[in-house]
Design a protein around this ligand. Sequence first.
Ligand SMILES: [Zn+2]
Ligand SMILES: [Zn+2]
Length: 354
Amino acid sequence: MTTTARAYLLKEFGKPLVAEDLELPDPDSHEALIEVEACGMCHTDLGYAQGSVKPNHALPLALGHEVMGRVVSAGDAFKSLVGKQVVVPAVLPCLDCELCRAGRSNACTAQKMPGNDIHGGFATHMVVPAAPLVALENVPAGLDVRALSVVADAVSTAYQAILRARLKAGDIAYVIGAGGVGGFTAQIAHAMGAKVVTLDISEERLQMSAEFGADAIINVAGQQERDVRKQASSLAKGWGIGSLNTKIFECSGTAAGQMQAYTLLGRASTLVFVGYTFEKVNVRLSNLMAFDATAMGTWGCPPEAYPPVLALIFKGQVAVEPFVDYAPMSTLNEQLEAMAAHKLTKRMVLDPRN
Ligand SMILES: [Zn+2]
Ligand SMILES: [Zn+2]
């Protein structure tokens, strides 16, 4: 038996995605068949579609890694999930290797990322490993459950970055890049009791972050890095927060953002790279030594950290709905074009049922 999915396939880099039938095998003992209800569109999808980033799976490939949907069928050990709505984490770890057993499953070498390693959520259905699925329970009335698709990547990645930085109440969080993951990083840091400063070149994104989480904003457009550093330091000083309690989150995924993040480092402070760019930057690594500072990267989020992320949303401490827009999945190519032209201000959530 197979299931025929309607999928939006990347067949050739730089060309529009093509809607075609895709035969999916029945889920095996460790898998689940998901009926996709919503899939968020991420910059990574655009990178794959344009061919600037190459997916691991051969073409044709259904892209999309921000999925929520309903479990249609599953292997024997996962029958309790059937009929439930779930978030499909963007990183699906094996949960059995050395890294997974050490609590670092988001770095699992056998991980599967939908729309990269396996067919993704730009489709009516998908087959995924069942063990990492996160069941959606006690969703507050009035919350459009489709908005929770962005928890698969953007919100959970932000949460994991904050865990990695060991952010706590009373810290200052500098968030570079106020949209997408950065916007959620700002909200979560604020919910955890930190003072939050967002830095961006877009006044629109900054104003949005001021409404949701940021205590102060800095428009860095056209500014020297050291001048930005001065403004940032004076804010920290005003709140009486020292460099030990300084946590910097680079979420812009740009070389300029990475340079700026690095200049904000001080003694014993912490810098986390959350965004991705193919570009290289020229920095003096010895600053880390001189400041006894810590710099680290973070990738995805382990499945066990998803329930606390959902709890923050359900308690109203992190807003997702103001940051998303909905569109039928049939408009996917238009949405990708709009993203490429920087015309989208919100996370586009695509519904394959219309
Ligand atoms: Zn993504
Ligand atoms: Zn693993």
